[in-house]
Ligand binder design. Structure first.
Ligand SMILES: [Fe+2]
Length: 137
């Protein structure tokens, strides 16, 4: 599965959409990247760190609005952070950075699409109805 960013993937929450767009485009960027070795690996590490920042944003919105499905949504985020960490740390073994990158991108694309459809759209509908409760500070 190869995800291309389009307006169809928008939730209607601007900051979330900007970050989703960044993630989707960064994954495509990894696929066409000519980077190798440690540089490629660093790109993946940075992308994983960005993912963590993105989850923090969604989680703060959910907390601000007392989203009833916060716990299950956060558990999904936590699983992704652990899974991607596992993919990245196996680099110490027999896998080249290119193999790790391929695995990382495949995992992330499949996950993003499922999570977006099953979890983020639902959350965004709730956030839009409770937008006045979101702490903008
Ligand atoms: Fe999410």
């Amino acid at each position: 599965m190869n995800i291309i960013w389009s307006d169809k993937l928008k939730t209607g929450i601007t900051k979330i959409d900007e970050q989703h767009q960044f993630i989707v485009e960064a994954l495509s960027g990894v696929q066409v990247s000519k980077l190798k070795g440690a540089k490629l690996f660093n790109l993946l590490i940075n992308l994983q760190a960005y993912l963590s920042t993105h989850f923090d944003l969604e989680e703060s919105y959910m907390k601000d609005t007392n989203y009833p499905e916060y716990a299950i949504h956060k558990a999904n985020h936590d699983k992704v952070l652990q899974d991607t960490k596992n993919i990245l740390t196996q680099n110490n073994g027999n896998h080249s950075p290119s193999e790790v990158a391929l695995q990382f991108v495949k995992y992330m694309q499949r996950w993003f699409f499922e999570h977006y459809q099953n979890t983020d759209i639902k959350m965004a509908e709730y956030l839009k109805q409770n937008i006045d409760k979101i702490n903008k500070s």
